[in-house]
Write a protein that binds this ligand. Structure first.
Ligand SMILES: Nc1nc2c(ncn2[C@@H]2O[C@H](COP(=O)(O)OP(=O)(O)OP(=O)(O)O)[C@@H](O)[C@H]2O)c(=O)[nH]1
Ligand SMILES: [Mg+2]
Length: 233
């Protein structure tokens, strides 16, 4: 069974329609919303939908807010339930098209990890300013060059993997947040020797609500590759 983990912070305007879209495409899947006690009532919106969808799980985090921490908690929940074999990671704001999920999970027959990538052939970004495009391109070039990891899109938040790969990833050693968390997780997959493939996606600007990634996240991502490169683990 597939578990789709979606971290949320103030995504009330997007979350209900996204959940409906996903269950339409994947009626057999489970969705875990890891909400950081959003003040806008995201958790309440999810709770309301739980009446309709028994496979909708809400994990409301009450302290220690964080994008990376939400994913780590989500992974631990997935490990604790043997029925989940495949894990999907995606954003709540419609930047990641749920129609790609079945195409990505299908590829897990041949690979351990599938990355939804903007920077391979047929990958695209819609509605981003040229400044943001350059920043993202540069960040990926920078990280890939320092780490020597053959992954074109290190900062994407759309990916899926077979749950058993987590056995060889020390989750509690991952301390980074935001984009840096996404880089560190992929790097650990690469270092563990897993077979990774990039699947082209079209990334769209968020539909509703506001961005939460801040300059702090960007600075963290600037230092992270050096930290990873010179750490023993
Ligand atoms: N649980 C949790 N989720 C978060 C946190 N920060 C961001 N998220 C979620 O992580 C996903 C990605 O965050 P975004 O704000 O969309 O980041 P982004 O895509 O770089 O920024 P935009 O282009 O403006 O959308 C979304 O589903 C957010 O709701 C957090 O601190 N905790
Ligand atoms: Mg977004």
């Amino acid at each position: 069974m597939t578990l789709i983990i979606i971290p949320t912070y103030n995504e009330r305007e997007n979350i209900a329609s996204l959940i409906r879209d996903i269950f339409n495409i994947l009626p057999e899947a489970s969705i875990l919303i890891a909400d950081d006690n959003s003040p806008d009532g995201t958790s309440e919106a999810v709770r309301e939908l739980q009446k309709e969808f028994p496979e909708l799980i809400l994990f409301r985090r009450m302290e220690d807010r964080g994008f990376g921490k939400s994913y780590i908690d989500g992974f631990k929940k997935a490990i604790s339930q043997s029925r989940f074999e495949t894990i999907v990671m995606m954003d709540a704001d419609f930047s990641h098209d749920p129609k790609e999920i079945p195409k990505m999970t299908e590829k897990l027959l041949d690979y351990d990890v599938i990355i939804g990538s903007r920077y391979v052939k047929r990958g695209k970004i819609e509605n981003w300013s040229w400044r943001r495009k350059i920043l993202s391109r540069f960040a990926n070039f920078y990280v890939r060059t320092i780490l020597g990891a053959p992954i074109r899109d290190m900062t994407t938040g759309f990916m899926c993997f077979r749950k058993d790969i987590l056995k060889n990833i020390e989750l509690d050693s991952i301390k980074s947040e935001g984009y840096a968390f996404l880089v560190e997780f992929k790097y650990k997959n690469f270092k563990a020797g897993y077979k990774i493939s990039e699947h082209p996606i079209t990334f769209s600007e968020r539909r509703e609500g506001q961005s939460k990634m801040s300059f702090k996240n960007i600075w963290e991502a600037v230092f992270l590759p050096w930290k990873l490169k010179f750490s023993k683990k």
